[in-house]
Write a protein that binds this ligand. Structure first.
Ligand code: C2O
Ligand code: CU
Ligand code: CU
Length: 471
């Protein structure tokens, strides 16, 4: 049957590269590779000028020199790290050297819709354009960029087109801490060690390959000293993995979410990071004898699926101790977050599955995405409250373009629970059968998409759009 089609088409399972295969170029034992920065071509402070080119690139991932073809920005997998400052004027040229249309979407950033890489604004193969926008005050945080062309988003992202963005603020209470950047992506390989197209199970569940990579490397090693405090920014840039991250040996505080710092550090045992989400952690090295010191992905049940669920802890990265370091202070409060007030408008957003219709298997409010249909209107500056409901067998990570929202409450086993602290997010997992209540304001007029960030679901219709009119 088609669900099995891919593996059988290319020979036995024995020939498939697996996570037990130790011939990847960056096997356990190597240091975490740094993300390549995108060069700022401007000499003016407050201005960032750069360029990104999307093109196929063969990467020698294997000890024997065999190459795997990725699609990459500037030949880099993941794409180069873009570091910006609040207030910056940004001007990034894009060249599409793929054979299909593409765009660059600035995930989570307050960018005008015309500059946000919407599916309505494709860049044709061989064409170029510039993306220009100015970053408002208060938007410091951890963002990313990826393609958003109609129907090709998943494929372009899983072939390698995704990269990290950091927006910095001059008032950063954590600037004294050394920083690490960990971008998680998913790699699926066939028996020829190439990146295969999605099969039936991928289209249904979302794609999961054999490897979770960090900064393009498989199971890299992170160095941390006993007592040392590091600030980690983590991106979930996988197509569909909802990853429960844990560092059981160490002391971990959550200090930031998608849209930047939270009010006060929150001690955590684990963080559930769904596709598209980011977090900032402060990790303090505590090497306790007999405890696994690494960065783990813990089992998390995300509903009824065709893919096998992860059954035990899996190591995403090793962590090795290098002596002792003084423990730098962690401020008791990071920045104030004001709760959004009473809503001027409410909506119910229902995410559902309809597997009986292969043309429209994933729906929002009963409809499959249509680029030419506007699903509602809103008003700039007006607070909206949304109840997002997964009337579904699977979890669906919900994402809204153009702004950050505050989650007020979510259901746990059918009971509403208030959110324990305020945070700015643009993506939140809605568990199978669960509900999430959130508030936001759009500050810029125009068309804004919202969708499931399992990119296979988004491409197959689990997306809708609202036109926000000037207030
Ligand atoms: Cu990260 Cu509309 O997407
Ligand atoms: Cu987005
Ligand atoms: Cu989904």
């Amino acid at each position: 049957h088609a669900a099995m089609g891919h593996d059988t088409a290319h020979g036995s399972d024995g020939a498939m590269p697996t996570a037990a295969d130790n011939s990847l170029k960056l096997p356990s034992g190597e240091r975490l590779p740094a993300l390549q920065p995108l060069v700022n071509e401007s000499s003016d402070a407050g201005r960032f000028v750069g360029s990104l080119r999307a093109a196929p690139v063969p990467v020698p991932l294997w000890g024997d020199g065999a190459k795997t073809t990725f699609w990459a920005y500037n030949d880099s997998v993941p794409g180069p790290l873009i570091e910006l400052w609040e207030g910056d004027e940004v001007d990034i040229g894009f060249e599409n050297a793929l054979t299909q249309p593409s765009t660059i979407h600035w995930h989570g950033m307050p960018v005008p819709p015309a500059e946000d890489g919407n599916p309505q604004d494709p860049v044709a193969p061989g064409q170029r354009r510039r993306y220009r926008y100015t970053l408002p005050a208060g938007c410091a945080g951890t963002y990313w960029y990826h393609p958003h062309p109609h129907g090709h988003t998943a494929e372009q992202a899983y072939r390698g087109l995704a990269g990290p963005i950091i927006i910095r603020s001059k008032q950063d209470p954590l600037r004294h801490l050394p920083e690490r950047h960990l971008l998680l992506s998913d790699l699926k390989l066939d028996a020829q060690r190439q990146i295969p197209a999605n099969d039936m199970a991928d289209l249904h569940d979302g794609r999961e390959g054999q490897f979770v990579l960090i900064n393009g490397a498989w199971q890299p090693v992170i160095t941390l000293a006993e007592g040392e405090r590091q600030r980690w920014r983590i991106w979930n840039a996988t197509s569909s993995r909802i990853i429960k991250l844990a560092l059981p040996a160490h002391e971990v505080q959550l200090v930031g979410t998608d849209g930047g710092l939270i009010g006060v550090p929150q001690p955590v045992d684990s963080v559930l990071l769904s596709p598209g989400e980011r977090c900032e952690l402060v990790v303090t090295g505590r090497f306790k004898p007999g405890q696994p010191a690494g960065l783990l992905s813990q089992p998390y049940e995300r509903g009824k699926r065709m893919h096998a669920e992860q059954e035990k802890d899996e190591a995403l990265a090793g962590i090795v101790a290098y002596g002792m370091r003084p423990t730098l202070a962690l401020p008791a409060s990071l920045r104030p977050i004001e709760p959004l007030g009473a809503p001027g408008f409410r909506r119910k957003i229902v995410l559902s599955e309809n597997m009986a219709d292969p043309k429209a298997p994933f729906l929002i409010n009963g409809q499959s995405y249509d680029m030419n249909r506007i699903d509602g209107t809103g008003q700039v500056g007006r607070i909206e409250e949304w109840e997002v409901i997964a009337d579904a067998h699977m979890d669906h990570p919900f994402h809204l373009h153009g702004t950050q929202f505050q989650v007020l409450a979510r259901t746990v086993d059918g009971i509403w629970e208030d959110e324990p602290f305020l945070a700015w997010r643009d993506t939140v997992n809605v568990p199978a059968g669960g509900m999430v209540r959130l508030r936001f304001v759009q500050t810029l007029p125009g068309l804004r998409m919202f969708h499931c960030h399992i990119l296979e679901h988004e491409d197959q219709g689990m997306m809708a759009q609202i036109d926000f009119l000037p207030g």
